[in-house]
Design a protein around this ligand. Sequence first.
Ligand code: GTQ
Length: 352
Amino acid sequence: MTGAMSENPYQSLDALAVMPLWRHHGDLFTPEPQASAVPYLWRYAALRPYMLHFTNRLSLEEAARRVLMLVNPGLSDPPATVNSLFAGIQVIMPGEAARAHRHAANAFRFIIEGESAYTTVNGERIHMRPGDLLLTPGWHWHDHFHEGNGPVMWLDGLDYPLTNALEAGFFELFGDRVQKPYVADDLSSRKFIHGRLNPAWENADSRFSPVGNYPWRETERAFVAMGDDVEGSDSEGIVLEYTNPWNGGPVLPTTDCKITRLRPGFRGRLRRTTASTIMHVVRGEGHVEFDDRRLEFGPHDVIAVPGWRAHRLANTSTDSDAILFSYSNAPALRALGLLRVDHPESANDPPG
Ligand code: GTQ
């Protein structure tokens, strides 16, 4: 059957499930990436009272995970922090257990405050201390438990916006409420703790790091051992990447995790990358400058840096370091040949 062409052929195209490319070329092939996410900062001091409020009002039986999602004002469907990554603040109270589940999305936690909580990941209990980075790679069972005093809070990072965009999401509840440990406590971190000395009796490789916890004391030790005379990057400061000990690559297949030391008074060169980044302030004060706004940060704040937005990092203190934990989707972009980084000139840069 051949449909008769109507007066306005454009109107008939819809029913045939076609569109004229010449009317869409401009928005499908933009000269440069157009992030939907906006640069944004979540102030920890403003969120913390709400976190504590909900510890009294909402049990973990009801909530499953007591998390405030940091939703970028430019991204609501799905709620996300930057285009392909999520950040949330989670709190767990003494005696509480967040029940075991697993999902295809990769996850990690960066501990903000509190002691004596642990997460069990595929049968290994992994203890948390402030500044520790704990990994939960995709499809690993995980539940959280707290046996100490006072709240334990951490930053959750997940890549579910990417998993879901690719329509590759799976989720499953564990049969029991929590896992029974079947691996010695903190074994994976103890085995790989020396960084450049890896277990030679295991000859494995995986696209995610086998390390359950990158403890803060080791991270801090690395900065101290490195000394004050390393140059660092003129745009990013003294930036170290947490690595997969099998291959030196990122800790998760889609996501890299880094820790940055900005020396007192550091003011970085303007930089932009197609990777989207989320930063979390471990300590110190400073700002991230964009062309249209300046985000002033303090301890434990979280900052969204959307892709291809030129920005400049600064430590505004003249006597203390600023330490930033950050994660980005650079590994996903690199794998697809889409990672670009450059240093645009700006009116504020000295010539030459
Ligand atoms: O702790 O397992 O923020 O499954 C979002 C989804 C945390 C978790 C989040 C999760 C978790």
